[in-house]
Design a binder for this molecule. Sequence first.
Ligand SMILES: NC(=O)C1=CN([C@@H]2O[C@H](COP(=O)(O)OP(=O)(O)OC[C@H]3O[C@@H](n4cnc5c(N)ncnc54)[C@H](OP(=O)(O)O)[C@@H]3O)[C@@H](O)[C@H]2O)C=CC1
Ligand SMILES: O=C1O[C@H](COP(=O)(O)O)[C@@H](O)[C@H](O)[C@H]1O
Length: 491
Amino acid sequence: MAEFVPVAPFDLVIFGGTGDLAQRKLLPALFHRDSDGQFSDDSRIVAVSRGEMEHAAYVDWVREALIGRIDGEFDEKVWSRFAQRLHHVQLDLADGDDWSALAAPLDAEGRRTRVFYLATAPSLFGTVAGRLDAAGLVDANARIVLEKPVGHDFDSARAINDAVGAVFDESQIYRIDHYLGKETVQNVLALRFGNSLFEPLWARGAVDHVQITVAEDIGVGQRFDFYQRTGALRDMVQNHMLQLLCMVAMEAPASMHHDDIRNEKIKVMRALKPITAEGVDRVSVRGRYTAGIVDREPVAGYAEEGGTRDAPAEADTETFVALKAEIDNWRWNGTPFYLRTGKRMARKLSEIVFQFKPVPHSIFGEQPLEPNRLVLSLQPEEGVQLTLMTKEPGPGGFRMRSLPLNLNFPDAFSVTYPDAYERLLMEVLRGNPALFMRRDEIEAAWQWIDRIIDSWASRGVRTHEYMAGSWGPTDSFVLLDRDGRRWAQPI
Ligand SMILES: NC(=O)C1=CN([C@@H]2O[C@H](COP(=O)(O)OP(=O)(O)OC[C@H]3O[C@@H](n4cnc5c(N)ncnc54)[C@H](OP(=O)(O)O)[C@@H]3O)[C@@H](O)[C@H]2O)C=CC1
Ligand SMILES: O=C1O[C@H](COP(=O)(O)O)[C@@H](O)[C@H](O)[C@H]1O
């Protein structure tokens, strides 16, 4: 039975508290934690946005946002407690507005933990930190949460980190990557370092290669303008996929202390072989979806989704990317990590596949033997699967079959899994930054990504079309085929 430990009283200020993220993720996450009794009566949630909103109108808006988004029945008793916490403050963060209205709902005596959650455009991060400081709202116990993306490239990320770092100590800064809040990602630590079985095999000697796939069935939809400026490499690889790669490739941290884990992750990031213009064609593939069928429904292509909106000049934005990443260190030298992510793919699927090497010699004659495979499934199902060669039961010959050993988390544990945002918000309120990215991680990731973007530009690497509902462009299969390998998921 899960135990829900309450957090200390807090004031949580959400800049962008009327936005899509607040509506779909943050407010439902907070409501769930409140319903499990983790918040004190005097804890508050303060939303900031430019729109004029009476208190009652904001409360109604939140209620609408929650109904239908929270798990189970809408509990009116929890709602009346939650509604008491809500405040709305009208401020234009980009303007020189008077910030005194923001101080009003906050505890002036320092009894409550103060958290500033920046669910706004990253271009506002530095300004907001500076204004908070000028308004005297930052003390040693305050924390600031930065939503992704932190910047658009290395230079902008560094400028944001400098501006926020001028006001907040690094220990007070929580840079979110919601993948680090996912149950299976946490379980990578448990699997690797809570069992003696895997660690000796977790290296180039036994592992042929690793595949990390984050496939989505949704398109860019309403976020076309954002995507047009961003693309899949910046949106998904710079953060989520590199974090997954670090979690599975890092050395054993000395403890679960946040800096022990982050110190190991940054070593992986720094050991990533740069993808240069010279080899970019052979180790990367960009794709863009065209119209197709997803989940038996016809869907539009990326270009049609943009409609008549003004598109920036660099219109060849990728909605899919596949990469061959190499880690130049003792453990992984010669063992490639193939990364692939895309929108409008055949189905939603995130998994990490460890493909082990074949046996050195078969005693079973002509019978094909499939090398072992360890699959860490992130979504939609969460679990771990290990395929083993076994003998088919029965008389009359010795027939070999590959069978999976399955650990399916929902079957094994009878608890509801909190959404990643629930876990991450609670970690911020508890003051544990282990599941958040440190400044050096973000900057090292951008350096590696910028190099790829520069290489694409200098070699004029264009996107390849793939049909919505497929597993990506043909070239992404060629990427592995060239190395005599194939993706774990079918074409
Ligand atoms: N939506 C998502 O699923 C995810 C979003 N993110 C990131 O989170 C951030 C917010 O995203 P999202 O919620 O989708 O964006 P939205 O455009 O839906 O919401 C933006 C919010 O910020 C407020 N806002 C914008 N400009 C100002 C300003 N100058 N002063 C005060 N408030 C302002 C808006 O209110 P108003 O217009 O009334 O001022 C609104 O509340 C983005 O950086 C995005 O990349 C990250 C991961 C996932
Ligand atoms: O950060 C982002 O993540 C989502 C995918 O998150 P998931 O938890 O549903 O896997 C992605 O759709 C979005 O483009 C990106 O900004």
